[in-house]
Design a protein around this ligand. Structure first.
Ligand code: NAD
Length: 390
């Protein structure tokens, strides 16, 4: 097998975009497309035809995809609420699953995913593209080389102004609106937590032991609706559940703290706020700088802005081998190349029979942050973090 035959379930913004990306990859062949909205399925099928000349099977019910001849895997690119049900069904049928990112709705779902994957031994991978970001991988490499000493504290965030995405959710048939109406949690933890968990060796020599989340009030969406006449007037006073900013602190068994920030309904530029700090150095995404004891002294601590973007210099020495090869072969694909890298890894692992770098236990632990944060906010207390490796 040199390429995998896939069915793509979920053809909204991300799914349609990934159809285009996968049509340009050597190790994928799209056999089927599926969305509950027929117009989206048709549009995706037309795109495949235009880009590859091939005709794909179309479905509005994901069960149809499962019996497509020659199917090697399904890619789940639906809204968050259907990730688990579709993944569990596919795994039980022995169909490998690549699942787009999002938080879980319950800790029980996470345990169920681990249990079913272990029982069936069907491959499952969370397609967390941010684990393949160039600077995330630079930092992973520098940590592995010991340049930061012992890592003590990590921060990350999903800081993305999604006010129009949420408020126009009804018009655009987007899943986020209902989530923001009814849930209050760290709803999108894996972009920031994935690379951090890999750096901290979570589910290997280390693990998450407890979590505490705090949420602000919800005011950003209402204020945006006040100022923008094109937004549904019902949202001016709508009691959204989702706090504008959610802070989560996770304690690790080896003594580190991980701090996550969800910040999606206030004005701000995009950032994943990635910070890794060890006993001998640190990296900070906002400013894109590296600070190593070996390279700077106490006299450099002030007027630090002149060192912003110095991480580019460190790429010359410490580029991650995955990115060295990627640069050599030619960077391609969206989100600066990390979409290509994660989907490529999924395909290559299946083709070569290699284990995935992101295990089902990793997926469960990263996605469980969402229901655990909801519980912590609701009950205003620290909650125990379950061990999905037991
Ligand atoms: N990795 C990334 O960088 C990245 C970027 C954007 C979105 N995403 C993820 O991709 C997923 C989709 O996001 P989106 O913005 O495209 O959402 P969207 O709401 O635009 O699209 C989701 C689509 O899934 C369809 N769907 C839902 N349940 C279905 C089912 N049972 N069967 C078939 N189709 C079904 C919906 O009809 C909709 O068209 C989410 O999990 C999101 O977190 C990841």
């Amino acid at each position: 097998m040199k390429k995998i035959g896939v069915g793509i379930i979920g053809l909204g913004a991300r799914g349609y975009y990934m159809v285009e990306q996968l049509c340009g990859m050597d190790n994928y062949e799209i056999l089927a497309v599926c969305d509950t909205y027929e117009d989206r399925t048709d549009a995706a099928a037309q795109l495949v035809k235009k880009l590859t000349g091939k005709t794909v099977m179309c479905f509005t019910d994901h069960h149809g995809v499962f019996s497509v001849p020659g199917l090697d895997a399904v890619l789940i690119v639906t809204g968050w609420e259907s990730h688990f049900p579709i993944a569990l069904e596919a795994l039980k049928l022995g169909i490998p699953v690549g699942c787009e990112v999002g938080g879980a709705y319950s800790v029980e779902d996470c345990f169920e995913l681990v249990k079913v994957q272990r029982e069936t031994k069907t491959p499952f991978m969370l397609l967390e593209n941010c684990c393949y970001g160039r600077y995330e991988m630079l930092v992973m490499n520098m940590v592995k080389l010991g340049l930061f000493g012992e890592v003590i504290s990590c921060e990350g965030g999903y800081r993305h102004d999604l006010r129009t995405e949420v408020l126009f959710g009804a018009e655009n048939r987007h899943y986020r609106l209902e989530n923001y109406k009814h849930r209050n949690c760290e709803n999108y933890p894996t972009h920031d937590l994935g690379p951090i968990a890999q750096i901290l060796d979570i589910n290997r020599s280390n693990r998450f032991v407890s979590l505490h989340s705090f949420a602000t009030k919800a005011a950003g969406l209402n204020d945006y609706a006040v100022l923008h006449e094109d937004v549904n007037r019902d949202f001016v006073n709508y009691p959204f559940s989702q706090g504008d900013v959610v802070k989560t602190v996770i304690k690790c068994s080896q003594g580190q703290l991980v701090t996550l920030t969800l910040d999606t309904t206030l004005p701000r530029p995009y950032s994943r706020g990635f910070v890794v700090q060890g006993t001998r150095g640190m990296y900070c995404e906002d400013g894109n700088y590296v600070y190593l004891d070996t390279d700077f002294t106490v006299y450099d601590h002030f007027d630090w802005i002149k060192h912003y973007n110095n991480a580019e210099e460190y790429l010359k020495k410490y580029e991650h081998p995955v990115w060295e090869k990627f640069l050599h072969d030619g960077v391609r694909g969206g989100h600066g190349g990390m979409d290509y890298l994660v989907y490529n890894e999924f395909a290559e692992c299946l083709i070569e029979g290699r284990p995935f770098p992101i295990t089902v236990e990793d997926a469960a632990a990263w996605m469980a942050v969402t229901p655990l944060s909801a519980q912590s906010i609701k009950e205003d207390r620290t909650v125990e973090f379950p061990d999905f490796c037991k």
